[in-house]
Design a protein around this ligand. Structure first.
Ligand code: ATP
Ligand code: MG
Length: 442
């Protein structure tokens, strides 16, 4: 266990202990050591007050941004270590942040303010664990459990709702029954949590290996910040293509997508417009004509609300909008779509279509899934051969068109567009002489 602790952390614990203070590794890093996973950040808690901590490390690089809450950040060997004085928190009047923090002299009091038992663990240099709430046992059993009364803990800080779900999705742990009930009951506390903070937890959650299980069990939490999902959660779809309702189909599609954020978001949102487009035909079969565009509009609004960056938002919206296109399994159509979307979005779209298919009635989509594999192969071939896909790849440009006597203006673009069309469809080769000849013949 000792070997996993970096020299910087050891140095900090020794320096504080040498000055007569208690000091422990605490929280997520200890949890990860117990899980056998390398920690990605290291936190220290200590009986030293911030001024005393600063005194122990005089002359070293320090950041004081967290000083008000008792945190000194020390930079050792290129790594940042947060050293926080034992503290409890005053009441939370806004479910956002404590009204004040109070320094305490006791490790257990500090651990008791932490969110889940697995995070309320501390370890000293010898590897001795301080675990007053049974965190080690819960880690062994794969259980997420609040420290103290769950209702109160979620009401104090709404972000804990999202943290619980994120840990559940990433670690594949079960959320203990009382903790789970308190999450459902208190989900409205999320209304007081900043969009950026929900965003951060949601990204971790969606890319987690058990994201599907969390989506399946907590749709009400997702509807709290994205009420646009509500009609999808109860949507029934009576079509030969679907053996699941709207939410179960969505969850299965998320599970079937590779773990990247863009694809997971695209699957979560791809059918959000379906309820608004539902039309039941005379034979009782449901249709959802035009739902891709409605889903794209809603996705745009939802991603903006949670302050996703432009690049992520635009790509997700494109994938949602296009998720229903039928790409014929022919070279020329594939080249056209590759050119229109660009290779990255095109291959993502194939993943979206595959994941969407995986969430449908399996027998009926088998052929479509096989066709997607073929389309991918053809697209990879076209890319490997460096085939012409966009105006930029065309062997002639606007200057060539104007040299042939066509006046600058929209007509130049039209001529180039026409040539590209013929190259994409295979009528003309992408050879300069051939294309120049064609231009001169216009
Ligand atoms: P991660 O692996 O994402 O870093 P973490 O649990 O370490 O998970 P941090 O934000 O690094 O999360 O927080 C460090 C520790 O601080 C936690 O392990 C927990 O003990 C405590 N903590 C963090 N956020 C909260 C919170 N909202 N409420 C109570 N305790 C918290
Ligand atoms: Mg951490």
């Amino acid at each position: 266990m000792d070997a996993a602790i970096p020299a910087g952390a050891r140095y900090i614990l020794q320096a504080l202990a040498g000055a007569g203070f208690e000091a422990y590794l605490v929280g997520g890093c200890v949890r990860d050591l117990l899980r056998g996973v390398p920690p990605h950040d290291w936190d220290v808690c200590t009986s030293a007050h911030p001024e005393e901590t600063k005194g122990c490390f005089a002359g070293q690089r320090m950041l004081e941004t967290g000083l008000k809450h008792g945190t000194v950040t020390l930079l050792v060997g290129g790594e940042a270590y947060e050293i926080t004085t034992y503290r409890t928190e005053g009441p939370y009047s806004d479910s956002r942040r404590p009204d004040f923090v109070r320094f305490v002299s006791d490790l257990k009091a500090d651990l008791s303010r932490r969110d889940f038992t697995m995070n309320a663990v501390a370890m000293d240099l010898e590897g001795t664990l301080h675990d007053p709430f049974g965190g080690e046992e819960d880690i062994r059993a794969g259980v997420i459990r609040c420290v103290g009364e769950p209702d109160q803990r979620f009401r104090e800080d709404g972000l804990r709702v999202m943290r619980a779900l994120r840990f559940g999705a990433v670690f594949g742990y079960e959320i203990e029954r009382k903790t789970a009930a308190a999450i459902h009951k208190n989900r409205a506390v999320l209304d007081h949590v900043a969009a950026e903070r929900i965003n951060g937890e949601l990204c971790g959650l969606l890319t987690g290996g058990s994201a599907g299980a969390i989506l399946r069990q907590y749709p009400d939490v997702f509807c709290q910040f994205w009420p646009q999902l509500e009609p999808l959660v109860t949507l029934e779809q009576n079509t030969p293509w679907h053996c699941w309702g709207g939410w179960e189909h969505t969850v299965r599609a998320v599970e079937a997508a590779p773990a990247g954020l863009v694809l997971r978001l695209a699957m979560l949102l791809h059918d959000v417009g379906k309820p608004a487009c539902k039309f039941t035909g005379e034979n009782g079969v449901d249709h959802f004509c035009g739902h891709e565009s409605v889903s794209a509009q809603l996705a745009e609004e939802m991603l903006r609300k949670l302050k996703f960056d432009n690049k992520t938002r635009e790509r997700v919206v494109t994938l949602v909008k296009r998720h229903g296109v039928q790409i014929p399994c022919q070279e020329k159509s594939i080249r056209r779509w590759l050119g229109r979307l660009g290779p990255e979005a095109f291959f993502q779209l194939l993943e979206v279509k595959r994941a969407d298919g995986m969430g449908q009635a399996c027998e009926l989509v088998k052929d479509r899934l096989a066709e997607l594999v073929k389309i991918r192969e053809l697209a990879e071939e076209a890319m490997a051969q460096g085939q012409c896909l966009t105006l930029r790849d065309l062997a002639v440009n606007g200057r060539d068109v104007m040299a042939a006597g066509i006046a600058p203006g929209p007509e130049v673009g039209q001529v180039l567009g026409g040539l590209l069309e013929q190259v994409l469809s295979g009528e003309l080769p992408n050879q300069r002489e051939v294309l120049l000849e064609r231009i001169n013949g216009i």
